[in-house]
Ligand binder design. Structure first.
Ligand SMILES: Nc1ncnc2c1ncn2[C@@H]1O[C@H](COP(=O)(O)OP(=O)(O)OP(=O)(O)O)[C@@H](O)[C@H]1O
Ligand SMILES: Nc1nc2c(ncn2[C@@H]2O[C@H](COP(=O)(O)O)[C@@H](O)[C@H]2O)c(=O)[nH]1
Length: 214
């Protein structure tokens, strides 16, 4: 007799990665997603970059010194790490592992280098989404409109946008972020479909065997 309890079909959480050139809208999309998806946890990265106005230590990032970051790398505390725009960024390993083992999905706002490292370590758990801007002009407009970086920083990020975008084909899904609401809805659709994937439900085999009376 088959009994579809929550436990039978419990699944391991998945790792939802959003990458894009700086300013395309990952953070904006992530914030809305986290408000709307109760089972999604944000992976809060560590960084050596300076805090922007309005950012909160421990919520947006763990802002650490270069020395502390080096210690975290040495202690193998980071799941992945990379240098982006002359600053170091990395994903603390322990909270991610804990969330995944509690069947929570984890959202990552990381660049292509970090995505490659996580893909190599957890190829079956990762779902990669690349966010493109509608145009380069709009990307530049957004970076200036955010008004949180100097002109020099914005120019540096625009100069690296083409390089970042050259990695688009390493991702499973591509979204052009024209309209934020549509982009969030698209990521929610991806999440919903990925959660239903056969491979993510190890208990499914026994459940179907039970249904078949086998
Ligand atoms: N679809 C959109 N239409 C218009 N403006 C947008 C859209 N999406 C995001 N923005 C705006 O663009 C700016 C940059 O967005 P955001 O900070 O989310 O980018 P990001 O990809 O996270 O950048 P970074 O990689 O530097 O963290 C913000 O001011 C945000 O409000
Ligand atoms: N490889 C990683 N990249 C990260 C991580 N956290 C953020 N990022 C990426 O850095 C740039 C710049 O971010 P900003 O907040 O300074 O504008 C952006 O592409 C992020 O996705 C991380 O832990 N690992």
């Amino acid at each position: 007799m088959s009994d579809m309890t929550e436990n039978t079909l419990q699944r391991r959480g998945l790792m939802l990665v959003l990458s894009s050139p700086s300013g395309a809208g990952k953070t904006t999309i992530s914030r809305l997603l986290l408000e709307r998806e109760a089972d999604l946890t944000l992976s809060v990265s560590a960084t050596t970059r300076k805090m922007r106005p309005g950012e909160i230590d421990g919520k947006d990032y763990f802002f650490v010194s270069p020395e502390k970051f080096a210690e975290m790398v040495k202690g193998d505390e980071l799941l992945e790490h990379a240098t982006v725009f002359d600053n170091r960024y990395g994903t603390p390993r322990a909270p991610v592992e804990q969330a995944l083992s509690n069947s929570r999905d984890v959202l990552f706002d990381i660049d292509w280098q970090g995505t490659q490292q996580v893909s190599a370590k957890a190829p079956n758990d990762i779902v990669r989404v690349f966010i493109l801007p509608p145009s380069l002009e709009e990307l530049e407009r957004r970076l200036y409109a955010r008004a949180q970086d100097s002109e020099e920083v914005v120019r540096g990020r625009m100069a690296k946008a083409a390089d970042e975008m050259s990695h688009w084909a390493e991702y499973d899904y591509i979204i052009v972020n024209n309209d934020v609401e549509q982009s969030v809805a698209d990521v929610q659709s991806i999440l919903r479909a990925e959660r239903l994937k056969r491979d993510r439900k190890p208990g499914l085999d026994g459940f179907v065997r039970g249904l078949r009376g086998a």
